[in-house]
Every structure is written in structure tokens, then in C-alpha cells.
Design a protein around this ligand. Structure first.
Ligand code: ATP
Ligand code: MG
Length: 558
């Protein structure tokens, strides 16, 4: 069988392993901790793990979904359910199966006892602070051995079992691996592998009061599942020697290979789960699925497609160097797709009324407008036109600057698909705000065609007032005003960089066809951007549309 050619350094390793026969199959896993909703950074990891396995499907390429639930205090089934839903929505299937690290607690416990038997683990009585004091540093100062480091195997075994049986309070003891106190790698200086935590676990209940540390549980979980390539983010690079140490010391063959890549950072986007949780808990946002949140469910509600997120993850690729990706690339990927697929429609977001003085009272005419110029099969739709219409307030200016091609006193503009109109006068309210614009139309310009070669540069969108559908429109923007909100200048508070204009609400007038919009529909509102119904707040008698992204492409301009 032909091995698919590698297109990144992770696949280089896989191809090499298949070629040399070190491996005959490819088995990856996505290991979320169920302590929050997954975000766009996790999406990158998902695309990488599932995408890599899919590429090597002929070599048994499959992926496990493994909930890394070794920290009982922060985890919740709500998160488990949301993670399943989001991975599925992104288009991936855990063909390798669904697992929980907590399913392995018995086995992991046995491995710990085995290390004790081998004299490779010991029960520590020092407190965390005392251990910290003996730790030395990575500038060459070795750790000082704990006075408990040389306990006998029997004593360690007895104490560890007593820990398991609940004889000690939280923090009173822990189990440490006996690795290397002189290692320049601090992770190797007798890391803690079990700690006491008297608390219930969302799956194992009160069965355990000791829980394995991530660094111990992770390589064992990988090995137990037959993972071949364990892909993780760069911060685990310095943990890899420990990952290997456990597997080697325990004599476990066919060791999984840990491979690290640089995590995704996105401009104007915060990815810390802790801070995202705070935004949810303090109600700074409407929930994990707020359309401004960088969560997969937030992007979904905002109107992103799964395919555009996958495309984005493909385009950014994988590397070993940390970098910041421009969030506009994500928007670009979405626009590129929706430009091909979204139905066009007209919506007036900041309406001002226009009355066409020479139009017969009560007369309604249907005009034809293209549904999608990029889709030859999309056809046209009929839109009602009448005596009173709405246009965008800023499509009219009384004293326009040069090169303003929209409506102005005595000026003509084209109404998309309908007629040329000319402004003859304006009515204002007491504050001087334009209340009503009087126009005349030219019957010879039906369909927006010029009858005599007369030039009308501006084409604007409109909605018939008598047929308009009311809707709430949410103009969504970045949640943060700082390019890197994870790195606020010293002495400053990240909260002060929350964008006060991240969601601007408008009361809009829509063309009548939009009354039948469905949740999965995507629209390009002419000149305004891409929109979809809000899956949570939109109701048949109160439509709510989110602007997923505007039309301007600030990515390619750069
Ligand atoms: P925590 O601090 O809670 O561990 P985490 O973001 O690492 O947060 P996990 O649930 O442990 O969350 O992550 C699951 C997987 O997603 C891990 O393999 C992790 O490396 C990967 N991941 C997390 N954030 C990113 C990111 N920004 N870019 C790429 N991968 C990420
Ligand atoms: Mg993590």
C-alpha cells in the first residue's frame, strides 16, 4: 500500500514510522479536559488529530476521544456533552472510541504500586511548600533529597494503600516518582504522581480519594489505548522525557510517540479557559455560546460553518514555533465560502423612509433580484416594491463630500433591481434629523437599467415599507480591543480591554422573504455582510439575526 506523502513535520514522523516498520498503524487521540467548552485552539488540535488519522485511514488511521478527567474539582458532565457535540459538528467521528481517563484509575493505581515495588516511587510527607524549598532550580542547583526519599518498599506500599483508603487528609502525603534530582529538567526531579483529594468525581463518585497527576495518567492512558502518535502542544515538550520514563520503567512496549506542535494564538481573541469561564460566570457574555466567544459553539451560533473552520485550521498548518495568527484569516476563510453559497437578500439596518411622490398610491410591483450571482442555479426572486421604501440612513447625505455616489438632494441613485430615484426634498424632525426623503422615480429605468446611457454610479439596497419584516440585528465584533489580550501591559487589567462595541443591536427592516429564514440558512445582506438567525434568541414573532462577519476583507489588504 502506498503511504500518503507527508505535508508537515508530524506526518514526517508518521511516514517514517510506517516505512521503517516501527509502526504498522496510526492511532491518535484528542484529550480534552472536561472543564470548559472547546475553543478555536482546540479546534486546531481536533483537526490535527482527526485529520492526520483520516489521512492515514488506509493504515488503520483512527482517533479516540478521551476525556482527560483527572482533576475532579473542575470537571462537569455539561462540558462532556458539549465537547461531544462540538467535535461532531466540526465533522469528526471518534472511530477509535470514547474513553475517560477515569476509566483507567484501577490500572493506573496498579502501575503506581508497581513503581513502588520497583523502588521507583515513594510516599512523601513534606508539604508542597517544603518540597518547593528543596527543589533547587534549572540553573544548575539540584534538588535536595527529601528525608522520606529512602523509605522501604514495604513502608511505601503500606502508606500508599493507607492514602488510598482515606487515612490522610488532603495534602498530608503524596506519591512521588523517584526519577532524577540532578536533572536539568525540573519535571524529572521526583514529580508528584498521586495526590490526595477528598472529593467526588463526576464519574467515579466517592470511590477514590487519591487521584493521579496528568503527567502520570496521560502516557499510561495513551499506552492503554494503543495510541501510536500522541500529539500535544509545545508546553509539554519538557514533559516528554518523563512521559517516556514512565513507560520505559514500567516495561511497556510499543510506546506511543509524543509529538509537540505550537498552539494556536489568534489576534483579539482570548483562549484561556479560566478567563472564558469568568466571562460566563460574571455574565459579561450571554454564555459559553455567546456569538462573541471563541468557543466552537459560539462560532456556530454566530454563523460560522464547520467547513470554514476546518479550512482555517488547514491553512494555518502546524509548526514548532509559537506565533500569533491574524483573526482576519479566519474571517477570510468564512467569507470565501459564504460568497459562493450564501443567498443574497436586502436588509436595511439603519432605516430612513423614502416616499416616491410620483408613484401611484397603493400600487405594488414585483421586481426581480438575483439570489446568488456566484451560483448559476440559484435563480432569481421577486421582491415587492411600492410607494414607501426604507433605505440606509447613511445612503443619503444632504451635503455630501466629493465621490459620494449615493442619494443626495437633486441627485439620482439606482435602487437594486428596481428604478432610479431622485431626491426632491427632505422633511426633518425638531432636532434636524432627516425624517422622510421625498423622491421621484423614472419609469423608464425599470430593472435599474439606464434608458439613455445616463450614468448613475451608486446602487443601494432598499426594502418596501409596506412589506418590511422587523428584526433585531446583532452586529458582532471582536470581544477584545487589544491584539493580544492574553498579554496586557504590566499593571493593567485584561477586563479593561473588553470591547464595549462587540455587539451592537439594531432594529432593522428586512425584505419579506427573510420571514421564512431557517436556522441553517446563511445570507449575504447586500452591502452589509453575512448573517444568520440566532439559534437561541430568534423566535417567529421576534426574529434575531447575527452578523457573522462583515464584507470587507481586511486580511488581503494587508
Ligand atoms: P487547561 O489549561 O484546562 O489544560 P487546555 O487549553 O490545555 O487547558 P485541554 O482540554 O487540556 O485544554 O486541551 C485539549 C487538547 O487541546 C490538548 O491536547 C491541548 O494541547 C489542545 N489545545 C488546547 N489549546 C490549544 C491551542 N490554543 N492550540 C492548539 N491546541 C490546543
Ligand atoms: Mg491541558
Amino acid at each position: 500500500m502506498e503511504i500518503p506523502e507527508s505535508s508537515n513535520f508530524i506526518q514526517d514522523i508518521i511516514v517514517n514510522d510506517l516505512k521503517t516498520g516501527k509502526r504498522t498503524n496510526v492511532h491518535t487521540r484528542f484529550p480534552p479536559e472536561p472543564n470548559g467548552y472547546i475553543h478555536i485552539g482546540h479546534a486546531k488540535s481536533i483537526c490535527l488529530n482527526f485529520g492526520t488519522a483520516n489521512k492515514y485511514a488506509d493504515f488503520g488511521g483512527i482517533t479516540n476521544l478521551r476525556f482527560d478527567d483527572t482533576n475532579p474539582t473542575k470537571e462537569d458532565v455539561e462540558y462532556v456533552d458539549s465537547i461531544r457535540e462540538d467535535v461532531k459538528w466540526l465533522g469528526f467521528d471518534w472511530k477509535g472510541g470514547e474513553y475517560f481517563a477515569s476509566d483507567y484509575y484501577d490500572k493506573i493505581y496498579e502501575f503506581a504500586e508497581k513503581l513502588i515495588e520497583m523502588g521507583k516511587a515513594y510516599v512523601e510527607d513534606l508539604s508542597r511548600e517544603e518540597m518547593q524549598e528543596l527543589r533547587g532550580n534549572d540553573a544548575g542547583k539540584p534538588s535536595k533529597p527529601s528525608p522520606y526519599r529512602d523509605r522501604s518498599v514495604e513502608e511505601n506500599m503500606r502508606l500508599f494503600r493507607e492514602m488510598r483508603d482515606g487515612k490522610y487528609a488532603d495534602g498530608e502525603k503524596c506519591l512521588r516518582a523517584k526519577v532524577d534530582l540532578a536533572s536539568p529538567n525540573m519535571n524529572m526531579r521526583d514529580p508528584t504522581i498521586y495526590r490526595i483529594k477528598h472529593c467526588s468525581h463526576h464519574r467515579t463518585g466517592d470511590k477514590w480519594c487519591i487521584y493521579p497527576m496528568y503527567d502520570f495518567a496521560h502516557p499510561l492512558s495513551d499506552w492503554l489505548e494503543g495510541i501510536t502518535h500522541s500529539i500535544c502542544t509545545l508546553e509539554f515538550e519538557a514533559h516528554r522525557p518523563l512521559y517516556d520514563w514512565f513507560l520505559i520503567e514500567l516495561g511497556l512496549e510499543n510506546r506511543p510517540q509524543q509529538i509537540e506542535f505550537a498552539r494556536l494564538n489568534l489576534t483579539y481573541t482570548m483562549m484561556s479557559k479560566r478567563k472564558l469561564l469568568e466571562l460566563v460566570q460574571t455574565k459579561a457574555v450571554m454564555g459559553w455560546n455567546d456569538p462573541r466567544m471563541p468557543t466552537v459553539c459560539g462560532y456556530r451560533r454566530r454563523g460560522f460553518t464547520a467547513s470554514s473552520i476546518r479550512e482555517f485550521c488547514n491553512r494555518i498548518g502546524v509548526s514548532k514555533a509559537d506565533s500569533m495568527v491574524d483573526v482576519n484569516l479566519l474571517y477570510f476563510c468564512l467569507r470565501e465560502e459564504l460568497n459562493q453559497t450564501a443567498s443574497r437578500a436586502m436588509a436595511v439596518i439603519d432605516p430612513v423612509k423614502v416616499v416616491i411622490d410620483n408613484w401611484e398610491d397603493g400600487k405594488v410591483e414585483m421586481v426581480e433580484v438575483e439570489n446568488n450571482p456566484n451560483d448559476p442555479n440559484a435563480g432569481k426572486r421577486e421582491v415587492p416594491f411600492g410607494k414607501e421604501i426604507y433605505i440606509e440612513a447613511d445612503d443619503f447625505m444632504e451635503e455630501p463630500p466629493k465621490k459620494y455616489f449615493r442619494l443626495r438632494p437633486d441627485g439620482e441613485v439606482r435602487l437594486k433591481g428596481a428604478y432610479f430615484i431622485k431626491c426632491v426634498s427632505v422633511e426633518k424632525d425638531a432636532d434636524g434629523k432627516v425624517k422622510l426623503i421625498h423622491c421621484t422615480y423614472d419609469p423608464a429605468t425599470k430593472g435599474g437599467e439606464s434608458p439613455d446611457g445616463r450614468k448613475v454610479k451608486g446602487t443601494i439596497h432598499w426594502v418596501s415599507a409596506a412589506h418590511a419584516v422587523d428584526a433585531e440585528i446583532r452586529l458582532i465584533d471582536n470581544l477584545f480591543t487589544l491584539e493580544d489580550p492574553s498579554n496586557v501591559p504590566e499593571g493593567e487589567d485584561w477586563h479593561s480591554y473588553l470591547n464595549p462595541n462587540s455587539m451592537i443591536i439594531k432594529q432593522a427592516k428586512l425584505e419579506p422573504s427573510l420571514a421564512n429564514a431557517k436556522l441553517e440558512d446563511r445570507f449575504q445582506f447586500m452591502r452589509q455582510g453575512y448573517f444568520c438567525l440566532d439559534s437561541v434568541d430568534s423566535k417567529p414573532d421576534h426574529l434575531v439575526f447575527n452578523r457573522t462577519v462583515d464584507l470587507k476583507d481586511s486580511f488581503n489588504k494587508k
